[in-house]
Design a binder for this molecule. Structure first.
Ligand SMILES: C[S@@+](CC[C@H](N)C(=O)[O-])C[C@H]1O[C@@H](n2cnc3c(N)ncnc32)[C@H](O)[C@@H]1O
Length: 215
């Protein structure tokens, strides 16, 4: 399966880090829930490394789920649901050892992110792990030139540019209903409020992988 977001220069490495963590930590039969699974690229990567896990993907886009279902058949459970109203999502009656999400949370408002994480925490097993891979909101104007240098390096090394901006003001203007990443401190505060330890497990430019586990 080809990556549907193949032009993203740091995504391959960051998804590989996420998949490595699940691959190394999962026990046979462990349940994995993917929030915003799209057409199932993460399921494809996970299945290639561990075909003994019970994978469930949630997305609000029926056409993406139809495509995923055609590809995976009954090997993966796909559920149509909206993360802005998580309590309405009809999940299998089980706890998940891993709840993961790739490049989806920036579509939610901060209040919706926080509610979705609280809902996810309730569906996580006591030895579980939440892994959120997404853009992190930049909030320090004085450090913005350093961030721009990182974007330029990514373009030099990877031969492809990321979403960039000419100034901090332009960056803020670009924030919109489909691009509203949360601040790192906010993620950590939300996890802490849910009784979870959290840590940045990988950061590339302003795209991070945050891990959180119950304390
Ligand atoms: C950029 S795509 C990433 C898809 C997949 N995680 C991947 O990395 O290949 C974002 C996905 O999140 C889904 N999504 C966005 N907002 C959502 C919401 N409120 N509820 C459920 N899914 C949502 C979109 O339909 C889309 O499939």
């Amino acid at each position: 399966m080809e990556d549907p977001i193949g032009g993203h220069p740091t995504r391959g490495e960051q998804l590989d880090v996420l998949v490595q963590i699940v691959t190394d930590l999962a026990k046979p039969g462990d349940a994995v829930l993917d929030l915003g699974c799209g057409t199932g690229y993460l399921e494809h990567l996970l299945e290639a490394r561990r075909d003994d896990l019970a994978l469930t993907g949630v997305d609000r886009k029926g056409s993406a789920l139809d495509e995923a279902h055609t590809r995976f058949g009954e090997r993966v459970t796909f559920v149509e649901g909206d993360l802005t109203a998580p309590t309405m999502i009809q999940l299998p009656d089980q706890r998940f050892r891993f709840i993961v999400s790739a490049l989806t949370f920036h579509d939610l408002t901060d209040a919706q992110k926080q509610a979705a994480l609280a809902w996810a925490r309730d569906r996580l097993s006591d030895d579980g792990l939440i892994l959120v891979y997404d853009r992190i909101r930049l909030d320090q104007p004085t450090l913005f030139p350093a961030q721009q240098a990182i974007w330029r390096r990514i373009e030099r090394v990877h031969g492809a540019a990321m979403r960039t901006a000419d100034s901090f003001a332009a960056y803020e203007t670009d924030l919109s209903s489909t691009n509203r990443p949360a601040r790192l401190d906010d993620y950590r505060g939300w996890f802490s409020g849910l009784g979870m330890a959290s840590q940045v497990l990988h950061l590339h430019g302003n795209v991070g992988l945050i891990g959180a586990a119950p304390l």
